[in-house]
Design a protein. Structure first.
Length: 341
């Protein structure tokens, strides 16, 4: 998918909203560099506070590239959207529910090779496989410790946020947002599942890893890179100050399997996932963006979703999206980045 084209072309109806940032275009001469590894091409507020077929367009918590190159986006209000790859405009919406018809707090999204959707809900937490039309096809096992207390040791609203398939598409990885009760503050568990057959086959529980988030931050999203490493978003919010959003490159390949360790408290011999800061998004140029509440950089909002949409040499094309929480002082905003790994 040509992301530059996606974010450069917006339909006339969406242009009335905010379209791609005109200020960003006008300020094209300014630097777009966020860090030595990351640059921002542009941003779009085109979908902010819009609706499609009676469904609010927003609350986005995850993005994925569909098999035809278009975008899939999940909201945490039980809706799965299809977005046009050229305009970002919604082209389809499917309601989501659990086995009893109850709403989900849907957070992570993977489009599998057969076109089915793997979607997390952080309520229990859970990972379910859905058909394109929203039918539940399967549900993956979840370790007891990762369940929300009192069933397990996870904190409410702090479970499965990110979801990604590693290269080869045989290993699925979900990231918890916050530490379990009993684990050291900031130590976040990443759970994997191993596919027992070829594409479309069931997943069995696999290895588990530990990742240390920065103080006060959680992990809203992970995406696997072509070489098996991970792009990891870390995010936090301080009232009166605004959001903190950082992008890390992490490597789980030599980390300790923590699935058999009841409580992670800094034990000797436990190798955490190594991480390297790629960029603090607050350091990106604002490109003329405006914020509806205090922010360290008006470009920032509650960034929660991420997808790798292409690669050129050692640069990845990465699309981020913010979750506006259907809140008047937050914005649904898409960000087009180039990331060197």
């Amino acid at each position: 998918m040509r992301l530059r084209t996606v974010l450069a072309t917006v339909t006339a109806s969406l242009a009335a909203a905010t379209c791609l940032s005109a200020a960003g275009t006008a300020n094209a001469v300014q630097s777009h560099t966020c860090s030595p590894s990351v640059s921002i091409d542009r941003f779009s507020d085109a979908l902010d506070k819009t609706a499609y077929e009676g469904t609010f367009v927003g609350n986005f918590s995850a993005l994925a590239v569909d098999r035809d190159g278009s975008l899939a986006a999940v909201s945490d209000r039980s809706a799965l959207f299809g977005l046009d790859r050229e305009t970002l405009a919604p082209r389809a919406v499917v309601p989501l529910a659990d086995e009893n018809g109850a709403a989900l707090d849907s957070e992570g999204l993977v489009v599998d090779r057969d076109g089915t959707r793997l979607i997390t809900s952080e309520t229990e937490p859970s990972v379910r496989r859905y058909s394109r039309d929203g039918r539940i096809l399967d549900r993956l096992p979840v370790p007891d410790a990762l369940r929300v207390a009192p069933a397990g040791r996870a904190v409410s609203n702090g479970t499965f946020e990110g979801l990604t398939l590693l290269p080869g598409r045989r290993t699925l990885l979900a990231s918890m947002e916050y530490a379990l009760n009993g684990d050291s503050a900031g130590i976040v568990r990443f759970q994997t599942w191993q596919r027992t057959r070829t594409a479309g086959g069931p997943f069995a529980l696999g290895r588990q890893y530990a990742y240390r988030a920065d103080t006060g931050l959680g992990v809203p999203e992970v995406q696997a890179t072509p070489d098996g490493r991970l792009l990891v978003l870390e995010r936090g919010f301080t009232s009166g100050v605004g959001n903190t959003v950082r992008l890390y490159l992490a490597d789980p390949r030599r980390a300790t399997d923590t699935s058999g360790i009841e409580k992670l408290t800094g034990q000797d011999g436990v190798r955490l996932i190594k991480k390297t800061l790629l960029a603090d998004i607050a350091a990106c140029p604002s490109l003329g963006a405006t914020a509806k509440q205090p922010q360290p950089n008006p470009l920032l909002d509650n960034i929660e979703g991420m997808a790798i949409t292409g690669r050129t040499g050692d640069h990845l094309r990465v699309l981020l999206v913010s979750d506006d929480n259907q809140n008047a002082v937050q914005t649904t905003r898409f960000y087009s980045l180039r990331v060197r790994i």
